[in-house]
Design a binder for this molecule. Sequence first.
Ligand code: GDP
Ligand code: ZN
Length: 291
Amino acid sequence: MRTGIILKSISGFYTVRSDGELIVCKARGRLRVENTTPLVGDHVEITINDDGTGAIDRLLPRKNAFVRPPIANLDQLVIIVAAVIPVTDPFLIDRMTAIAAQNGCEAVICINKSDLDQGDTLFETYTRCGFKTIRTSAETGEGIDELSAAVCGKISAFTGNSGVGKSSILNALEPDFNIQTADVSKKLGRGRHTTRHVELFTLANGAVVADTPGFSSFDTEAMEMAGKRELQNLFIEFEPFLGSCRYNDCAHIKERGCAVLDAVGDGVIPVSRHESYARLYEQLSRRNEWA
Ligand code: GDP
Ligand code: ZN
């Protein structure tokens, strides 16, 4: 019996990395009976057959699991944003940080195209909230070492609206990355942005990186499953103020004696973050009424 991690899943065949070796495995029927479909990112126990292929006997407990893209055990979401061509809507960023928080995943904010615009407002906003915030330029190489250090030893997924430089950043981190991903697209016979296929790649520094689609298709359903009362816990910078509002059931929208609103007024919580919170709260309220 050996353990490993699933790097790739295609039509019931799982590529598992175990002790530096890649083994193509099938899942035991028992797993299907238990209704546990292995996901890319799963830590698994395998047995090796005589012909060198393997069988997945058991999935080890998951830290988290996403539906879209289908991936387990993500340590962090690297949210690539830009202050210029295209300008990233802070609401998209804040929805992603909430999804990360909901899944016990760190969020790293990467402000790309720093050669064109340093993104001071974004940098200040997310640093103030306590996120690791890195300025990068795929063009000049600024910040690439810092980003490389931030993903080292972890499983990360990169997300970002189209055009912010996701592919360029991955390519700057690892010149082989695009060659590897282009290869996958060719095999599947479609472009990498139209495919639901997820694969984990290991960078030279040992970082494990998922090639995933952009913001639009990244598990927004997870957010919809959150209750509106839970939302306050998904904005990490609210944490010191929760429990200090006049009303126990304070929604932090416009209540009197709200400690969160006071912190926004004092400039401790960024206004744009609170606006995103209010917008998500409103969306979740409407959803809860239907349910
Ligand atoms: P993606 O859609 O997020 O994968 O974005 P791409 O990596 O395809 O980049 C979109 C465009 O932005 C391309 O023309 C890149 O050359 C350009 N680009 C990406 N990163 C940078 C950067 O740091 N600085 C500048 N000036 N241009 C960049
Ligand atoms: Zn409040």
